[in-house]
Design a protein around this ligand. Structure first.
Ligand SMILES: *Cc1c(COP(=O)(O)O)cnc(C)c1O
Length: 379
């Protein structure tokens, strides 16, 4: 049996990426908003059912564009989990808003919808549910509360491409949705993302902000004879080289997701006995969630066991890691005054969580070594 190191992640190349990038080069247009960008946007719209998708150079950029579109400004509050990546918060903090961190559910590790209502104030300008590990938040409950208060919902679906809630693609349920194509995600282009503009009232303005605050789209449709500065904006779009790479990944989306799902199932089956014996908790996917098998997070009974498992696995050449360091208690949040008290589930989970390698290129043999190593740790 081989004992070559098993990395935590390895970016999968579907096949035609370099071919499409070369096609972009030889087409003579390598800046943004060319044929590959339009192809990716159309394909994302087709796959997810979104009415309008704008490709961005990261999910971070999509979140920043969403914050601009919702008119988030100083004095506003934005509700989100603390158990997430920093970009969820930074996008709104950049606009001068205060993040209001809400605790998560112990099963899905998603925003606890039962705590949402109490976090809303007259200053609340947006609610940002994060679909952790590609497993949907309870969107019916969250949308119900948001609608009752007239507050827009921006889904951080960075991890949620090809995943669903009650048959609807994650990212298409809120007013806006943000996906990531960072190399650690399911579909990749190095750095990349997209914004789904689900609220029809935001569509025209989204296009303008995306095009650096100009009406370039109207110009290209021949509606105006020059394009001018119309609004706020920034450089949100990726180059055609990146869009070409992503186009190749999107062609293989089904096959990529199916293979990840098989990996997820093998972990569930291979580690089931340890959960039965009370040694660990496996990830929970509610029945109404279509899983994209983005991550495989385990919960150990204590932080000591989590740390010991990670170093045991690393000792066997297996890349296993943890996340997130909760945002509410981070150095920046403390300095900026965003800390308003403990979030017990978030803090507990972040101390006990371990992630196993889960990616396309992980072979069944390598995966069996990981499963065997976890058993060996508990033996
Ligand atoms: C990856 C990730 C992001 C950031 O995505 P980028 O494309 O790297 O900017 C934001 N939020 C969550 C929850 C993520 O997992």
């Amino acid at each position: 049996m081989s004992d070559d190191p098993i990395p935590f992640n390895y970016p999968f190349v579907a096949g035609k990426e370099l071919y499409y990038m070369a096609e972009a080069v030889f087409s003579g247009q390598i800046a943004s908003n060319g044929a590959f960008t339009r192809r990716c946007q159309a394909e994302l719209e087709r796959r997810t059912g979104a009415e309008k998708v704008l490709l961005t150079h990261s999910c971070t950029a999509a979140l920043e564009l969403a914050a601009l579109l919702c008119g988030v400004a100083p004095g506003h509050e934005v509700i989100m989990p603390s158990f997430t990546f920093v970009s969820t918060a930074n996008a709104f903090v950049l606009r001068g808003a205060t993040p209001v961190f809400v605790d998560i559910r112990p099963d899905t590790l998603n925003l606890d919808e039962s705590l949402l209502e109490a976090a809303i104030t007259p200053r609340t300008r947006a609610i940002v549910p994060v679909h952790y590990a590609g497993v949907a938040c309870d969107m019916d409950a969250i949308m119900g509360i948001a609608r009752a208060h007239g507050i827009p919902v921006i889904e951080d679906a960075a991890q949620g491409i090809e995943a669903s809630y009650k048959g609807r693609a994650l990212g298409t349920i809120g007013d806006l949705g943000c996906w990531s194509f960072h190399e650690t995600k399911n579909l990749i282009c190095g750095e990349g993302g997209a914004l789904a503009v689900n609220d029809p009232a935001l569509r025209e303005r989204a296009q303008i902000l995306w095009e650096k605050g100009t009406d370039r789209a109207a110009f290209e449709r021949g509606e105006v004879d020059r394009y001018t500065w119309q609004d706020l904006g920034s450089s949100f779009a990726p180059s055609e080289l990146i869009a070409g790479f992503l186009a190749a990944q999107l062609e293989e989306a089904e096959q990529i997701t199916a293979r990840r799902a098989a990996t997820h199932r093998r972990y569930l089956e291979g580690l089931h006995d340890l959960e039965q014996a009370g040694k660990l908790q496996l990830p929970r996917v509610p029945a109404d969630c279509g899983n994209n098998a983005h991550l495989f997070p385990l919960l150990l009974p204590t932080q000591e066991q989590r740390d010991a498992l990670l170093s045991f696995l690393r000792g066997r050449g297996i890349g296993a890691v943890f996340h997130y360091i909760p945002l509410h208690d981070s150095p920046f949040a403390r300095r900026a005054g965003y800390y308003t008290g403990p979030l017990p589930v978030t803090e507990d989970v972040s101390r006990r969580l371990a992630r196993l390698p889960c990616y396309y290129e992980l072979s069944p043999e390598q995966q069996q070594r990981v499963i065997d190593a976890v058993h060996a740790f508990f033996a």
